[in-house]
Ligand binder design. Structure first.
Ligand code: 2P0
Length: 353
């Protein structure tokens, strides 16, 4: 607490990029996925969200809770997902206050949340993942909640599915769960970043524009119209989750890369199989795929893997030993086609300081 009776907590949350993709909800209100997914948490040196949550008995009750995103006020009341996160976090704080009446009644004060991304919002760079993870972590810290990151992932999931994977570092699995109330749909760290410290990610910003089809809408279209989708969710992904966990445990890059590329391709295949079809990749994305294939062919083994989310931007995974080869090739061949990148040589996204 400060002199002015304002309680405050600041935190950061990283971006995560899935190597086994989440695509499809079995419950759109609770944000329950049709299949499990697995992601790699990127270093916070490159992409992150910084969020400050504060509350005070002096904040006017008439203003209610407020959220400022990248300097602009957001309408919290219009975002059911944000309201769901705030109400779950308040309920946990109320439990603490009921158990210990000497605690300040933070749950009754208006909240102010201020959040900044250091990368383009909604450009398929998982901004909602880092955003909701940071919001949940900041308020949980402000309220001094004892819940573990896995327990908090249940709340972040209601903000944005992929956000549940950004509360932990390293390699994170989001278990789809089977319960209707979503209580077993949780993220858990399967290995810390230190388990495989040679892992690197190159981010190619093909376009920093907002994506054409938002993820939530795209997923619903795929679930309700794609005949291929059931095969993906029921057969392909469960096998790949097992294979990917094994590849990570054994630090088997070739197996990790093969599954990563196949799953990205399969996710974009079910997008194309939707009605109307959903196109996220463009010509530059396809050039990046060809370049990774060329690099692997010339290296005589799999040293790089591409993956694409709901947009044209590529993330390339590789190990530190081939940084020069992968970074140098992409910079030379595709550098001119890109709006920016976060590269292995300390290059930055355009417009990022
Ligand atoms: C993923 N994506 O696993 C997949 C791959 C995009 C493609 O999670 O509706 O923004 O908020 O739960 O989390 C993007 O979906 O969707 C996403 P909602 P979210 O990273």
């Amino acid at each position: 607490m400060t002199d002015s009776n304002v309680f405050r907590a600041t935190t950061t949350a990283p971006v995560n990029i899935a190597v086994i993709k989440y695509w499809g909800k079995r419950d759109a209100t609770l944000n329950l996925p049709t299949n499990s997914s697995l992601s790699v948490t990127l270093s916070q040196r490159s992409l992150r969200t910084v969020t400050t949550a504060s509350c005070s008995p002096n904040y006017p009750a008439t203003e209610g809770d407020t959220l400022t995103l990248n300097g602009k006020p957001e309408n919290i009341q219009a975002s059911k997902r944000t309201l769901a996160c705030l109400s779950s976090l308040r309920a946990l704080r109320k439990e603490l206050e009921s158990a210990d009446p000497s605690l300040p009644k933070l749950s009754s004060y208006p909240l102010r949340v201020v959040s900044e991304n250091n990368f383009p919002t909604a450009a398929g760079l998982a901004s909602s993942a880092a955003g909701f993870a940071a919001l949940v972590r900041a308020i949980a810290d402000l309220y001094e909640l004892p819940q573990s990151p896995t327990e908090l992932s249940r709340i972040a999931r209601q903000g944005s599915g992929s956000a549940c994977r950004s509360l932990q570092g390293g390699y994170v699995a989001w278990r789809a769960g089977v319960k209707e109330d979503g209580s077993d749909s949780l993220a858990e760290e399967i290995a810390p970043a230190s388990h495989w410290p040679e892992m690197r990610a190159l981010i190619l910003v093909v376009s920093a524009e907002k994506k054409d089809v938002p993820s939530t809408t795209g997923m619903q279209t795929t679930v309700s119209t794609s005949p291929l989708f059931a095969t993906r969710a029921e057969h392909i992904v469960p096998r790949r989750m097992t294979g990917m966990e094994e590849a990570i445990t054994k630090r088997d890059f070739a197996a990790f890369a093969d599954l990563t590329m196949r799953d990205s391709n399969n996710f974009h295949a079910v997008c194309l199989d939707s009605e109307p079809p959903i196109f996220y990749l463009n010509d530059v994305s396809r050039a990046a795929i060809r370049l990774v294939n060329d690099i692997n062919r010339l290296a005589g083994k799999t040293v790089a893997a591409y993956t694409f989310d709901a947009g044209p931007n590529a993330v390339i995974y590789y190990l530190d030993e081939v940084s020069e080869l992968v970074g140098g090739t992409f910079k030379t061949i595709l550098g001119g086609e890109l709006e920016g990148w976060e590269g292995p040589f300390g290059d930055r996204l355009k417009g990022v300081s």
